[in-house]
Design a protein around this ligand. Structure first.
Ligand SMILES: Cc1cc2nc3c(=O)[nH]c(=O)nc-3n(C[C@H](O)[C@H](O)[C@H](O)COP(=O)(O)O)c2cc1C
Length: 182
């Protein structure tokens, strides 16, 4: 049987991004039978504009749509900016939400995790990301959400935190849309 493919949308473009490092850790520690890939170049996506979205979509948008369409699961790994998700992630979800009703994200089990250096760990961003992805047509797996404070712990090495984050990937992979809908 082929691996379950998880595509990751990282909500930070910063070179030293903690959330990107979390995504890389989840990729490197992916369980047997699971391939985790990071969607690169989200910064190359133009701001979503219906005028650009026709026969010839921008190459970065076409590539992202193809990669998400080919994935079995979608995971956002994101910090929080001003109480919500960073614009780069919001923009990626917008591109994935169209064409209306048949966007690449439609029907994909979707989860969100991330860390910020506050006591709340980015929970508003994570709530907003889940709501937006759900409206875009994804099947949000609420149990996956991890909003991890990076204040008093090294998120990348702490065994409990890593178990939570890796567990989130496993929960997303194990999610069975048909059972959930029954
Ligand atoms: C424009 C901006 C707004 C921010 N707003 C929040 C916020 O609302 N809540 C929060 O927990 N952290 C906020 N932060 C702090 C980020 O969570 C922190 O910089 C984090 O490390 C960014 O993630 P990264 O390391 O993956 O780039 C903000 C940072 C920036 C640059």
């Amino acid at each position: 049987m082929s691996d379950t493919r998880v595509i990751v949308l990282v909500g930070s473009l910063r070179a030293d991004s903690l959330n990107r490092k979390i995504a890389e850790t989840l990729r490197d520690q992916a369980p047997e039978g699971v391939t985790v890939e990071i969607a690169e170049n989200l910064e190359a996506l133009p701001f979503y504009n219906e005028d650009l979205d026709g026969e010839n979509v921008p190459a970065a948008a076409a590539e992202l749509r193809a990669r998400v369409a080919n994935a079995d699961r979608v995971l956002a790994v994101t910090p929080e900016y001003n109480g919500t998700m960073p614009a780069v992630l919001n923009n990626a979800i917008d591109w994935l939400s169209r064409p209306y009703g048949v966007g690449a994200i439609k029907g994909k089990p979707f989860g969100v995790v991330g860390a910020t250096p506050t006591p709340y760990g980015g929970k508003w961003a994570h709530q907003d990301t889940a709501r937006s992805a759900g409206i875009a047509g994804a099947v949000v797996v609420e149990d996956v959400t991890v909003s991890q404070s990076a204040l008093e712990v090294d998120v990348l090495t702490d065994a409990d935190v890593l178990a939570k984050l890796n567990g989130a990937v496993q929960t997303l992979v194990d999610f069975d849309a048909e059972t959930a809908a029954a």
